[in-house]
Design a protein around this ligand. Structure first.
Ligand code: GLN
Length: 199
């Protein structure tokens, strides 16, 4: 592989540009992914924050559901933030009608879990797997992980609600918050490192 891995951002809806910026800063060669051929061309994929019901509808409309499931089953590194975390879950009890997930991480995720009163907030988190000071996490109508399977590594817990908000299972990484919205690129660096290792 070239020294800069090709990392796609699923570019159907959501904060695509912010992930492209953060990936470039973290040493990857980023590219938007909308078509199966574009998915074939990347070494790893970010699924951004946005609206998981809308992203799912567009995944189906663009013929990406089976190609995505196949790449994930083959071990393609993936990172989902917020709506992306929802899409990576194996179980989504409060899915909207017709909404499916990709099932890359053995976890049950609850959408909009922190409630309307706390629509958006920021919190300093201790994150396993990255060095340095706590990570300033931005939560926007965020999900949480209700239950994580034995093979899932918990990377961070939100201190007030005591809920799991960052996980990794093998090549799949997910955060309930939005690291792409801050200037701290350590999570994107972690992910780009995972992509390099898997190549
Ligand atoms: N609540 C959104 C959903 O269910 C996710 C919010 C976000 O990605 N900021 O998809």
């Amino acid at each position: 592989m070239a020294s800069k891995p090709a990392v796609g951002v699923l570019a159907l809806q959501g904060d695509v540009a912010e992930h492209l910026r953060a990936l470039r800063a973290a040493g990857a060669e980023p590219a938007g992914v909308r078509r199966p051929a574009e998915l074939d061309a990347v070494d790893g994929l970010v699924i951004p924050g946005g609206e998981s019901t809308t992203i799912w509808k567009l995944i189906e409309a663009f013929g990406l559901a089976e190609p995505l499931r196949k790449r994930l089953a083959d071990g393609m590194p993936t990172f989902g933030s917020c709506a992306g975390m929802i899409l990576l879950a194996a179980r989504l009890p409060d899915a909207a009608s017709g909404q499916q997930t990709l099932g890359a991480i053995d976890m049950t995720v609850r959408r909009n879990a922190f409630g309307r009163q706390v629509d958006s907030f920021e919190e300093d988190l201790d994150l396993a797997g990255i060095g340095g000071p706590p990570f300033r996490a931005v939560f926007i109508r965020a999900p949480w992980v209700e239950q994580a399977g034995d093979g899932v590594q918990v990377l961070a817990t939100e201190p007030v609600a005591g809920r799991i908000v960052a996980v990794r299972q093998g090549p799949a990484l997910a955060t309930a918050f939005h690291p792409e919205l801050t200037a701290d690129d350590r999570i994107h660096q972690l992910f780009v490192g995972m992509v390099k290792e898997s190549a």
